[in-house]
Design a protein around this ligand. Structure first.
Ligand SMILES: [Zn+2]
Length: 107
C-alpha cells in the first residue's frame, strides 16, 4: 500500500527496495548463457512510469516501486557482436529530485 505523500517510507523499510542495491546491473550474452547475470527478482516488481524510447532496442524507463513509491531509472544497452550479441541492463535508484526531472521530461 503506498504511503501518504507527506510521509514517505524509506526504501530501506520496503520489502521490494531493500533487496535492490542503489545500483544494479546485469549482463547477458547470446550463446554464453552460463555466464549471464540477471537483476534481482525484486526488479521485476517495479512498474514502468515513463518509457522514453519505446521503439528502441535500447531502453530508458522511469520505474517506480509499487510498495513505497521509490523511483528507479532502468536502462538497457545492446551491442551486436559476431560471436554473440550482448545485452546489458542497469537499474539505478533515484533521489526524489532526480525523479522529478524525469517525470517532467517530455516522452
Ligand atoms: Zn519500495
Amino acid at each position: 500500500m503506498p504511503p501518504d505523500s507527506d510521509q514517505p517510507a524509506s526504501h530501506t523499510q520496503c520489502h521490494t527496495c531493500s533487496s535492490l542495491a542503489d545500483e544494479e546491473s546485469a549482463y547477458q550474452k547470446y550463446g554464453w548463457e552460463e555466464n549471464d547475470t540477471h537483476l534481482p527478482a525484486a526488479a521485476g516488481r517495479l512498474k514502468v512510469v515513463r518509457d522514453f524510447y519505446p521503439y528502441s532496442s535500447r531502453k530508458l524507463q522511469l520505474q517506480q516501486c509499487p510498495d513505497c513509491g521509490t523511483y528507479y531509472l532502468y536502462r538497457t544497452d545492446y551491442e551486436y557482436l559476431v560471436n554473440g550479441s550482448e545485452d546489458e541492463e542497469f537499474l539505478t535508484r533515484l533521489k526524489p529530485e532526480d525523479a522529478t526531472e524525469y517525470l517532467t521530461r517530455p516522452v
